[in-house]
Write a protein that binds this ligand. Structure first.
Ligand code: 13P
Ligand code: ZN
Length: 274
């Protein structure tokens, strides 16, 4: 590798940031992305690591993330600037042996820090790593406009959101058959929102933060971005239908949802069906 920006994991990370920016989900410093690196990713990046920073303690702990490395967006950094200025906008952090502290090994130059939502990302990585036998690597938070819009209209239950999203786009029950979790409005960036979200992520691949945005997980950048995109598009269709002021004459019925699940071989969350 001629430089760290040629490492495929870095390229995938940067591409996803720019994809989110062009979708309009990252006004100012809105949103954040983290990726749990493979051993191969770390080996490819290691020649470019700089003098190790000091350990910074977190208020959260996860033993199953001890010794892991993450690529992370920086706190207060703009997704818009990720491609033109990656070494200030992004960083790589190493997690200590107890799984409760990080230190910067590359990037976040001139005093940058990992995203303020790092506690949420970290706990969600822990939960999703466990839930997927290690397959999950990406956690992504975006300020998806149409998802946020729905949090003003629907009651904030997993059931109501899951049903509305499933019924608004045919691929939804296939992409997230377990449904989505919904967290009430909470102060961003702290341990409480991290714990509430990670509780939801034990069951779901995605959680919605009322009046704030969307949190998704995935085994790779394509899967995580695709999940966010699918949920956001379905949310857009649903509120546009409501905003049209027309009565809803038909939707995807529960029997139709069951039929999709059967044909596509997915296990639809029966608690949300009538
Ligand atoms: P950061 O700039 O710290 O990542 O915060 C942005 C955000 O979306 C908080 O929820
Ligand atoms: Zn946010």
């Amino acid at each position: 590798m001629s430089g760290i920006l040629q490492v495929p994991a870095m390229q995938g990370f940067i591409r996803m940031c720019m994809d989110g920016w062009y979708q309009g989900w990252h006004e100012r410093n809105g949103g954040n992305l983290t990726y749990r690196m493979t051993e191969e990713d770390v080996n490819q990046c290691r020649p470019f690591f700089h003098a190790l920073g000091s350990w910074v303690q977190m208020d959260v702990q996860a033993e199953n993330l001890a010794g892991e490395y993450f690529i992370t967006t920086g706190s207060g950094k703009y997704f818009r600037n990720v491609e033109p200025d990656p070494s200030h906008s992004l960083g790589i952090v190493e997690i200590n042996g107890e799984g409760n502290a990080w230190r910067i090994v590359w990037g976040l130059e001139d005093g940058g820090k990992p995203t303020s939502e790092f506690p949420s990302h970290f706990m969600n990585h822990s939960v999703r790593k466990e839930a997927t036998n290690g397959a999950n690597r990406v956690i992504y938070h975006c300020h998806a406009t149409n998802v946020i819009t729905l949090t003003y209209i629907l009651s904030l239950t997993d059931r109501d959101f899951s049903r509305a999203l499933w019924q608004s786009a045919t691929e939804c029950p296939v992409v997230f058959p377990e449904g989505v979790g919904v967290c009430p409005w909470m102060v961003p960036g702290g341990v409480d929102i991290a714990r509430a979200t990670s509780e939801k992520m034990k069951t779901y691949q995605a959680a919605i933060w009322a009046q704030h945005g969307l949190f998704v997980s995935g085994s790779d950048f394509d899967t995580a971005f695709g999940l966010a995109h699918t949920i956001e598009k379905s949310a857009e269709i649903y509120w546009k239908v409501l905003a049209s002021g027309q009565p809803i004459r038909q939707t995807i019925t529960d029997d139709a949802l069951r039929a999709i699940a059967k044909d596509f071989g997915v296990d639809l969350n029966k608690e949300f069906l009538e």
